[in-house]
Design a protein around this ligand. Structure first.
Ligand code: MGD
Ligand code: MGD
Ligand code: SF4
Ligand code: MO
Length: 755
């Protein structure tokens, strides 16, 4: 028998960053289980983590570059694939200019070291205004509210779940999602521990989710009305004299404006809109203020809705007013090991600006350098100067994931050229001319550059590749760098990619040695580059090493007093990760507002509230509203090709409350037609009293019956694409984020109910 070896690595699939213990026989996985020595996850693992074994074995996972001619696909060499990309993109640049090429970056980029390091240089090389990502179907409202309040869009306050005694959760289901904008492996265990130490958690959600079932209290709320509810909490805190600012005392601008705005939002006034009884609202406000360590946490349900930026803002307004910002057990700011924009305690900055440019067709504002992905189809379809004719799609499946998906699917078919970096030929990538396959997960290295910004402890964990690249694989950094070389007009060769990699590193090193007061200020850049490149190292590891060593816990390349600090070598010596402890208070140093204070009432948010929210206090509640949901065994749109995850009862069902089912003549298991302003789908009904009356739920990420996709197992469990129903014509105004929850729909039985 061949000897088994064990590799430890961080699971790259969701935000929880669990440590996996992977048993290998040669390059084949024999077993995956949770790494009980992982400093953060302590052995926790979910079914998706262990399904990496099935993912690696999936025969539909792409192994070689594909080029499409008409409807037929050919496997080609890497050099031929890149040459084809160069021809296709250059033709569009020549004929229509830089803006004619759009870029879309999907969710896995946030879990991908190469994506985190090289996306920026690729986008800069394209030089297009048409940059889109999954952020505008996800967390953009939170970046916007954090940016406006605290000065940096990455300053997202994190609920200190391990030390809190009262957690108010709105629009999140961590028992299924394992947490988001809150990196904390084993959310179920952490929430149960909260209760075991005598704390409480309350879930505000239109559906009685697994998380709500485990909670001390479930508060059903009408979709899209969290901002109303949160303003009512503010109203009670003010009215009952419960406001105390804690660590934020003396650091807050705009208090009076928030009080004025909340004035009309009494618990009684909002109750008919939210469906939350006034007494419940009052009690929650009192509990938040009366528990010493309490926190409010909002996620997808509060972001991807009509008032996403307002709800995201008000979550933190309540955190401030109840005295919970920046204290242990409250809502705290991270200081991750790789540093970043708020690593130093400067306490002031240029602040955050939105809408520095607008989209061509609809004039929608930019945020974080991106345009709303909901308008990608407009930019492709609408003729004129600046029309999009080509797409670079990096680890994304917008046909399943973004609003008005039926239309996007149609317009992608009309592009002059598309290249996708992906592991499947799926609903989106089937429209590509060239698909470049990322290597298998185990052949990649890993470090969660993005997610440790959002982690509830300061943790650093690096996973080297566990297996060698296969003969047909090239590293993902090389794929990205060769794409970057192509768009910069430097050719498509391996050498051109290497030159991009060297350029990225030397630019970052120059920045580090030039930074006033930085730990390597004035050092010789060439010497540092040489040090980072020893043993022939290149790719994202060099950049990661640089960031760790010049970060807040780094070794400063041997700078006096930092000798024991972090470097990649230290992480390599600690395969279960390095734990740097719980979050620490960071006010006022973390602030980057020009005033050096917390802007409790940013004018943009107040204006949005006045223009859009206040009028809805008088809006009648009518009709059915559609919301989404997540399942523990799904990962957005792309893990449905693994039998171990999709087997069993069909999951793409329409959940309907028994009262609504009776009224509409819907019976359990029967098909129903769901219609919205954007489109219609048919799905089987599941009657359940976990739904709030008047609200129905369909999960996203399904609809795997597209011609030309090559995912056999997914096709056998196709389901329907819920984003055919979501409407790209209405957005959260400030952030440009899509509204994916609270969609007005009509539901109709397709067969008459028998009972
Ligand atoms: N209605 C509705 N829509 C939603 C949501 C919702 O709640 N409701 N949620 C939204 C959210 S939060 C998000 S983040 C978006 C996600 O939106 P997307 O990122 O566009 O969609 P994903 O399904 O995550 O697609 C990921 C793609 O990356 C590919 N991939 C997987 N692993 C790798 C890899 O290692 N390398 C490469 N190169 N590619 C890889 C997959 O094959 C797939 O094509 O969806 C959004 N859409
Ligand atoms: N298993 C699994 N895990 C995942 C993913 C996955 O697809 N599957 N996706 C990953 C990604 S990309 C993300 S962004 C995270 C998301 O992580 P979560 O935010 O925890 O995602 P959901 O489970 O969709 O929970 C959103 C909840 O909001 C509720 N909701 C809908 N509308 C409203 C509303 O208007 N108000 C309120 N208060 N609630 C509302 C829904 O009923 C739902 O229970 O999960 C990540 N983890
Ligand atoms: S919870 Fe997330 S990170 Fe942990 S094993 Fe599951 S998919 Fe992987
Ligand atoms: Mo997401």
């Amino acid at each position: 028998m061949a000897a088994t070896r064990i590799a430890y690595r961080t699971c790259p699939l969701c935000e929880a960053t669990c440590g996996l213990e992977i048993h290998l026989d040669g390059d084949d996985i024999t077993l995956i289980r949770g790494d009980k020595d992982d400093v953060f996850s302590r052995g926790f693992v979910c079914p998706k983590g262990t399904a990496l074994k099935a993912l690696e074995a999936d025969p539909d996972r792409l192994r070689r570059p594909l080029v499409r001619q008409g409807d037929t696909w050919h496997e080609v060499s890497w050099d031929d694939a890149f040459a084809e990309v160069e021809r296709g993109l250059q033709a569009v640049f020549d004929a229509h200019g830089r803006d004619a090429v759009a870029v879309y970056m999907g969710n896995p980029n946030a879990h991908n070291l190469a994506g985190m390091v090289y996306n920026r240089v690729l986008n800069q090389g394209v030089g297009t205004t048409n940059v889109f990502s999954a952020s505008t179907v996800d967390q953009m409202p939170k970046h916007v509210s954090a940016g406006l309040m605290f000065g940096s869009p990455i300053s997202v306050p994190l609920a200190d779940i391990d030390r809190t005694d009262y957690l108010l959760i709105l629009g999140a289901n961590p028992f299924a999602s394992n947490g988001s904008l809150m990196t904390a492996p084993d959310m179920p265990g952490r929430l149960r521990a909260l209760r075991a130490r005598g704390g409480r958690f309350v879930v505000v959600d239109p559906r009685r989710t697994k998380t709500a079932e485990e909670a001390d209290e479930h508060v059903p709320i009408r979709p899209g009305t969290d901002a109303h509810f949160l303003l009512a909490l503010v109203n009670v805190l003010v009215d009952e004299g419960l406001v105390h600012l804690g660590h934020a005392e003396g650091l807050v601008n705009g208090y009076d404006e928030v009080v004025r705005l909340a004035d009309g939002f009494t618990p009684d006034a909002v109750a008919p809109v939210t469906g939350v009884p006034a007494e419940t609202t009052r009690r929650i406000a009192r509990d938040l203020a009366g528990t010493e360590r309490a926190a409010v946490y909002g996620r997808i349900g509060t972001c991807t809705q009509e008032f996403g930026s307002l709800a995201s803002w008000l979550v933190d307004v309540v955190n401030v007013l109840a005295g919970n910002l920046d204290r242990d057990g409250g809502a705290m700011f991270a200081r991750p090991a790789i540093g970043g924009a708020t690593a130093e305690d400067t306490g002031k900055g240029r602040g955050f600006r939105l809408g520095r440019r607008t989209s061509r067709v609809r004039g929608l504002p930019e945020a974080l350098g991106e345009l709303p992905v909901a308008t990608l189809a407009d930019e492709i379809e609408t003729p004129g100067d600046g029309q999009v004719h080509a797409l670079i799609c990096l680890s994304g499946n917008p046909v399943c994931s973004t609003p008005d998906a039926g239309r996007l699917d149609r317009v992608l078919a009309g592009l002059d050229f598309m290249v996708a970096l992906d592991i499947y030929r799926n609903e989106t990538t089937r429209h590509a001319n060239v698909i470049l396959p990322a290597p298998r997960v185990l052949a990649k290295s890993h470090y969660d550059m993005a997610l440790y910004n959002l982690a509830i402890r300061t943790v650093a964990n690096y996973s080297p590749p566990a297996v060698e690249l296969g003969p047909d694989e090239i590293p993902e950094w090389e794929i990205m760098c060769r794409l970057a070389a192509i768009v910069a007009g430097q050719g498509s060769s391996h050498e051109a990619g290497v030159a991009v990699d060297d350029f990225v590193l030397s630019t970052l090193v120059s920045g580090a040695v030039g930074r006033k007061g930085g730990v390597v200020e004035g050092r010789d850049a060439a010497e540092l580059v040489a040090e980072l490149s020893r043993n022939g190292r290149r790719g994202p590891e060099r950049v990661l090493d640089l960031m760790l060593r010049t970060g807040p816990y780094g070794d400063g390349f041997g700078a006096p007093g930092h000798e024991d600090g972090l470097s990649l070598a230290v992480l390599e010596a600690n395969p279960h990760g390095v734990d740097l402890g719980p979050l620490q208070p960071r006010l006022p140093g973390v602030l980057r507002t020009p005033s050096g204070r917390i802007e409790l009432a940013p004018p943009e948010l107040v204006a949005d509230a006045e223009a859009r929210l206040v009028p809805t206090l008088a809006r009648p509640v009518d009709g059915l509203r559609l919301i989404g949901r997540r399942d523990l065994r799904s990962n957005n749109s792309w893990m449905h090709n693994l039998e171990v995850l999709v087997k069993g009862k069909a999951r793409c069902t329409l959940l309907v409350h028994p009262d609504d089912a009776a009224r509409l003549g819907l019976a359990d298991g029967d098909p129903a037609r769901v219609r919205s302003a954007a489109g219609e789908v048919q799905a089987p009904v599941e009657v359940t009293d976990t739904m709030m009356p008047g609200v129905v739920s369909l999960p996203h990420g399904w609809g795997h019956d597209a011609d030309g996709a090559a995912m056999e197992t997914a096709a056998a469990h196709a389901g329907v694409n819920s984003n055919v129903l979501t409407d790209g014509s209405v957005l959260d105004a400030l952030s440009g984020n899509a509204i994916l929850n609270g969609i007005p729909v009509e539901v109709e039985a397709l067969v008459p109910a028998t009972a």
